[in-house]
Structure formats: structure tokens, C-alpha cells
Design a binder for this molecule. Structure first.
Ligand code: NOJ
Length: 534
């Protein structure tokens, strides 16, 4: 299996198109807006963007309900605009990753419009229909009484997201509407999705973030079925598009890379370690059932970083050089990384997250510390996710430089806080969070130990203990990151064999490191961090 060569240095910036930059004054962000900000994204030392779905859609789940996989939604622009985005990104040695939603369509996709007419049409089996509306369905989620077809269709997420039919592993004879994964009818769906990927790759796209990647096949041996499916796609990509990346929304990098993905996120779903770093406590909104308790990155000093670090190390060991953990600051589904912290309190969190091995994914606005905006209600199926989807704050003006539309026409309202951060102001301040993030990401590019591949060791870390300190090496290059997010001063003694010289890249005032004869001692004031390199 091959790896796209650019992944070694990839740093990804996630762009939520509807609230990034509006250039035509309709209150909704658009592709020309993304193109206009490519230099800003590059200035962060990011070299790839992941663009959330920008395709024709009735927008009942903000575009994750696709009605035409091969056409840009008019509110964002045209296919030519997207092609221009690919070209402009490539001119800057950047890459563009599209969001692929293979598990379901909207109710308005032409495949579904045909399928709901009845069994006997070319799309009759593109979705999972029972044979009659009253038939036994097992434990899956179905909608009955929709359209003309006498049957119920299975859904993948919301009621309006009918599941595409990739088959069952194995098909259960008790339910005659289940097809095996190699049935010619379900293989048609597999080919249709391959053609969607081919369409965009041929136009210049650099790969896909795959929505709900583990959800496509059902049944007792679903895991084996899903591995086979993604290996099939990956082998094809390796042959035809070896520089294209496949990133999964799976939340288990070990399983996802075993299934053929290059990258998977350690995120809020699945295991809880990531949530416990930043998003525990209800006011930090997380969609994770593990969100109780305290965050490690919190002045209260009652959190635990070890669940994350243990899971992270387990994944690193399992992956070796076969794939990467995606290190997300946040995304469009979970609470903002800022989560009510001060901008200074964000620095330890950023230093911790952005210097780990793997591939960083910065969710647009996190680099300036945009915060959650609560109480916005539902927008296109967002519900509590509206809080993290508000317009990007580009400057200190009333419209925040997002759009020239009247504020009531904005896709979602701006953060009303008089203290809301913005990119233009932070750009001018050498000590801003924005410039701190730029510095950390630059370090990834110039210091091999800080790169995507350097190794990783916890130098000091215990259950419920502050600080946490990790070290990384690559050849002669060495890096150490220490963070004390808690509100008390702390000390740590730990072994540090072989260290002769080092320099402080960046540290909060008052941090003290004494290193001699293989042992080190650190003193760290409240909410502090330090980064050392050799
Ligand atoms: C995950 C996406 O990130 C989320 O926004 C969407 O609602 C669901 N998948 C369904 O596609």
C-alpha cells in the first residue's frame, strides 16, 4: 500500500463553507470566499483544507444530505469555482480534501426519487427497503409510509437520510430484503460511489474525508465487510490516484487504518480520552456520552490526561508507519476548543495538541480562539451544533468581515460578545493565539522531531496529575512539551537521559527547567506551558 507523499508534512484546516467568507452578499459563505482566504490559511502553516459538503442539497443536515454528488450547490458557487479552488490551492502547494458522504443521500437525490417509486427500476435496490410496509425489520432504523413504494426504507442518521445499500455481512435469511455484499445489485452502489470519487479526483481534488465511514455495511460480520469494501476502494486509489488521501470519520484510528484509510480522527465519538482533555463538563458541549467529569485543560485542575495518552499511544503503536492519527482542535459537530477559556489558557492546550505526532486538523476559527455561541436553536439540522458553526471573525468591524449582508440574513448570527476575537487584530499582535498557532505549526515544518512522523514518549504523566510532559525525537532532533493547565503551581521530577543542550522555543513566564545527569525537574506556574527543542 502506498501513502500520498504530501501526508508526511500535511497540516489541515477545516473550512465550514457556509460560515467562512461570503463574497456575494447573501449572508452565506461561498467558494470564491475560500479562494480569497487561501493565503491566510497558508500563513498559518497549514497546507491542506478539508471542505465540508458543498454539493446540491435540501440542507436538512447542512449538506450532509446530498441531492447531487457531482454538482456544487448554487449558494456556494459552481463546479468551475471548485475547480478554481483546486488550481489555486495547487499553485500554492496546498491540497483540497472534499467531504464524501457515501452512507446516505437526501430524500431528493434522483436515485432515491426513483427508488421510492417501486422495486422495478434501476435504482430499486440502491437503498435498503423492506418488501412491504408491515414486514419484520429487526433492530435497524426505518421510515415507513413514505412515497409510493410498499415498504420501509432504512435510514443512516436523520429521518431524511436514507441509507445506501452496500449489503449485509452476512444477509440474514430471516429478512429477505437483505442482500449479501457481493450481490450484483449492491455492487452497483459501490461503483456509483467510486464514480463520484473519480469525478472529483479527475477535476483535481486531493482526496476525501469520509462521513460515517464505518456505517456502510451491516450484519454480524459488518466489520469484516467494511474492511473489504474500503480495501477495495483503497487498492483502486493506490493504483489510479496514489496521491489521493482517504480520511475517515471512524473515531478509531487503529481499525480505520486496518480498513484502508490513511488517517482517522481521535475525536469525540467512540472512546472518551479526547473528550476528557477539553470538553468534559456540560457547558463545554460535547456530543459524547463520555462528556461527564472534568476536562484536563481547565483551571480547576481536576481532569485526567492519561485516558487520552494511553489510547493515543496504543494507536501509534498499532499504526506504525501505516497511517496517521488526525489531531483535531475541534470540528463542526462538537463544542469549540475555546470552551470558555481565556485566550492565554488556550496556549497550553494548543501546544499540547499541535505538537503531537499525527496530522493536525484546525477547525476554522479555533486558531483565533472563537468561542461557542449558545442559544441559537436549530439551523439546517444543527441543533446544539449551531454553537460552533457561527461566522468566522475576520476583523473587528460590525460584520466581522464575514459578509456585507444585513446581519439578519447571516447563515447564523455572529458571536455577540464585545470581546470576540478576530484574525486581523491578532495578526498584528506577536503574542496572540493566532501567531502562537502559526509558530507551533511552523515548528512542525522545520523541526523533524515536531513533524507528523517523529516518535513520542510520555516523560511525566500520571492519573489525575498535573503537569503532563512529553518528548519526541527524530534522528538528532529533539522536542519536549510540558503543560500545566491547572490553577495551581506544580513541580515534576523525571528522567531525561542523554540531554546535553536544549533551547526554549516558547514558554509561559515563570516556568523553570533544571536538567542534569539524566534527571530533570520542572516548576510550572498555573495555566502554563513550555516547548523545548534541540
Ligand atoms: C457526521 C457529520 O460530521 C455530521 O455533521 C453529520 O450530521 C452526520 N455525519 C451525518 O452525515
Amino acid at each position: 500500500m502506498t501513502q500520498p507523499s504530501w501526508l508526511k508534512n500535511a497540516v489541515v484546516y477545516e473550512v465550514y463553507p457556509q460560515t467562512f467568507l461570503d463574497t456575494n452578499g447573501d449572508g452565506i459563505g461561498d467558494l470564491p470566499g475560500v479562494i480569497r482566504k487561501l493565503d491566510y490559511i497558508k500563513s498559518l502553516n497549514a497546507n491542506a483544507i478539508w471542505l465540508n459538503p458543498c454539493f446540491v442539497s435540501p440542507f436538512q443536515d447542512a449538506g450532509y444530505d446530498v441531492a447531487d454528488y457531482c454538482k456544487v450547490a448554487p449558494r456556494y458557487g459552481t463546479n468551475d469555482d471548485l475547480k478554481r479552488l483546486f488550481d489555486e490551492a495547487h499553485r500554492r502547494e496546498m491540497h483540497v480534501i472534499l467531504d464524501l458522504v457515501p452512507g446516505h443521500t437526501s430524500l431528493q437525490h434522483p436515485w432515491f426519487l426513483e427508488s421510492q417509486k417501486g422495486k422495478d427500476n434501476p435504482y430499486g435496490n440502491f437503498y435498503i427497503w423492506t418488501n412491504g410496509w408491515g414486514e419484520k425489520k429487526g433492530s435497524y432504523r426505518f421510515i415507513s409510509g413514505y412515497g409510493n413504494r410498499d415498504g420501509c426504507f432504512m435510514i443512516n442518521f436523520f429521518y431524511c437520510q436514507p441509507a445506501l445499500n452496500y449489503g449485509f455481512a452476512p444477509a440474514d435469511p430471516e429478512y429477505p430484503w437483505q442482500f449479501p455484499v457481493d450481490h450484483p445489485e449492491v455492487l452497483k452502489v459501490r461503483e456509483a460511489m467510486r464514480n463520484v470519487m473519480k469525478f472529483w479526483l479527475d477535476m483535481g481534488c486531493d482526496g476525501f474525508r469520509v462521513d460515517m465511514a464505518a456505517s456502510l455495511i451491516r450484519g454480524e460480520n459488518a466489520a469484516a465487510g467494511i474492511r473489504e469494501l474500503w480495501h477495495d476502494y483503497r487498492n483502486w486509489l493506490d493504483r489510479e490516484y496514489p496521491e489521493a488521501v482517504l480520511i475517515s470519520e471512524w473515531c478509531n484510528p487503529s481499525d480505520a487504518v486496518d480498513a484502508g484509510f490513511h488517517v482517522d480522527f481521535m475525536a469525540h465519538c467512540g472512546e472518551s480520552g479526547y473528550t476528557k482533555l477539553f470538553r468534559a463538563e456540560p457547558e463545554r458541549i460535547s456530543n459524547s456520552p463520555f462528556a461527564g467529569g472534568h476536562s484536563y485543560f481547565d483551571l480547576a485542575g481536576k481532569g485526567d490526561a492519561m485516558p487520552f495518552l494511553r489510547q493515543f499511544q496504543r494507536h501509534l503503536k498499532h499504526l506504525g508507519n501505516r497511517g496517521y492519527v488526525g489531531l483535531i482542535t475541534g470540528n463542526h459537530d462538537i463544542g469549540r476548543f475555546r470552551g470558555g477559556r481565556t485566550l492565554e489558557e488556550m496556549k497550553p492546550a494548543m501546544a499540547f495538541m499541535l505538537l503531537l505526532p499525527g496530522i493536525p486538523f484546525i477547525y476554522a476559527g479555533d486558531e483565533i480562539g472563537m468561542d461557542n455561541v449558545f442559544g441559537l436553536g436549530n439551523k439546517e439540522g444543527s441543533y446544539n451544533r449551531s454553537a460552533c458553526r457561527t461566522p468566522m471573525q475576520w476583523d473587528a468591524s460590525g460584520h466581522a468581515g464575514f459578509s456585507s449582508a444585513l446581519p439578519e440574513k447571516f447563515y447564523l448570527p455572529l458571536d455577540p460578545s464585545p470581546l470576540r476575537p478576530d484574525a486581523a487584530t491578532q495578526d498584528q499582535d506577536p503574542d496572540s493565539l493566532l501567531n502562537f498557532v502559526r509558530k507551533l505549526l511552523k515548528l512542525r515544518a522545520i523541526c523533524p522531531a515536531a513533524g507528523n512522523d517523529g516518535d513520542f514518549r510520555v516523560l511525566f504523566g500520571e492519573e489525575n496529575v498535573y503537569p503532563v510532559i512529553y518528548g519526541r525525537t527524530a534522528g538528532d532532533s529533539w522536542l519536549m512539551v510540558a503543560v500545566n493547565p491547572g490553577g495551581e503551581s506544580v513541580k515534576a521530577s523525571f528522567g531525561l537521559p542523554g540531554l546535553r543542550q536544549y533551547r526554549v522555543l516558547s514558554a509561559s513566564p515563570g516556568v523553570k527547567l533544571t536538567a542534569a545527569e539524566g534527571a530533570a525537574e520542572m516548576e510550572m506556574p498555573p495555566a502554563s506551558y513550555a516547548v523545548y527543542i534541540r
